[in-house]
Design a protein around this ligand. Structure first.
Ligand code: ADP
Ligand code: MG
Length: 246
């Protein structure tokens, strides 16, 4: 009987129930489960394990440089964002509304930390996320364009619900690079969300993109539905150093 049930579970692709069937049956016996409770336990086993597998897969494909979470963010050190604001972000209404976020500020204030934390939270709740530094993103787009597969590449990136573009402003871009980025941002506009981190204020973006007309078009789309978070303060990287010098 058990072999027969297992082979049927395999046929309907309930692998997690199949793999733990003996222990689930034993638990039901020991705890005198009702039929309904037993069915509930079986389904929980399958759905929770499937969810975990999906999270692992999405975490891998997000390509985060490191894992950062909101719970490890120290609000005593960074006053530009509040716990209440972050609790709001965790609800992900902004992602459902396809809004963008722009974290701006000097190095080390936690821009990347918060951007990745947003992405991490989104993945836990079922959204697909991809992280890039601006340089990596532009390099990938240039290569795709060179190999005449830009359209396909833009399509693949747009399958994500959230695109994180880190470190805008570190290096200036030429018109060709800026144009490729514009095409991508245009695709995301009102369909998906983008998070950008930058050490430059909007007024300085013109020199980064090397084309004022294009930067106006990019900002027009990015800022239409968005929240800009200006972060200030000392670099967290220098926290302990600054303390020692007090
Ligand atoms: P930025 O992107 O603004 O240059 P990061 O987010 O990379 O800065 O932060 C630098 C390092 O300091 C990271 O390891 C990050 O996790 C940590 N960090 C920054 N701000 C905070 C904070 N307020 N609380 C906890 N860790 C922080
Ligand atoms: Mg950073």
């Amino acid at each position: 009987m058990i072999t027969h049930v297992k082979s049927n579970l395999k046929r309907v692709r309930c692998y997690h129930i199949k793999n733990s069937l003996e222990s689930l049956l034993q638990k039901a016996e020991d705890s005198s489960y009702s039929y309904l409770e037993f069915l509930n336990q079986l389904l929980l086993q399958e759905t929770e394990k499937r969810n975990q597998t999906r999270i692992n897969r999405y975490m891998k494909s997000a390509k985060f440089p490191s894992i950062k979470v909101f719970d490890e963010f120290d609000f005593k050190y960074q006053h530009s964002v509040t716990q209440r604001q972050i609790n709001n972000w965790k609800e992900l209404v902004w992602l459902d509304n396809r809004e963008n976020k722009i974290f701006m500020g000097p190095p080390g204030v936690g821009k990347t930390h918060l951007a990745i934390s947003c992405g991490f939270t989104a993945i836990q709740k079922g959204y697909k996320v991809r992280y890039y530094t601006l340089n990596n993103l532009v390099d990938e787009l240039l290569l795709a364009d060179f190999e005449r597969r830009l359209k396909e590449e833009l399509k693949i990136i747009s399958k994500n619900d959230l695109l994180i573009i880190d470190e805008l402003g570190f290096l200036p871009m030429n018109p060709k690079q800026s144009n490729l980025l514009f095409q991508l941002i245009n695709r995301f506009y009102e369909h998906k969300s983008i998070i950008i981190t930058s050490n430059k204020m909007f007024t300085e973006w013109g020199s980064t993109f090397g084309d004022q007309v294009l930067v106006t078009a990019i900002l027009d789309r990015l800022l239409h539905h968005s929240e800009t978070i200006i972060m200030e303060g000392d670099s967290y990287r220098l926290k302990d150093k600054l303390k020692k010098n007090d």
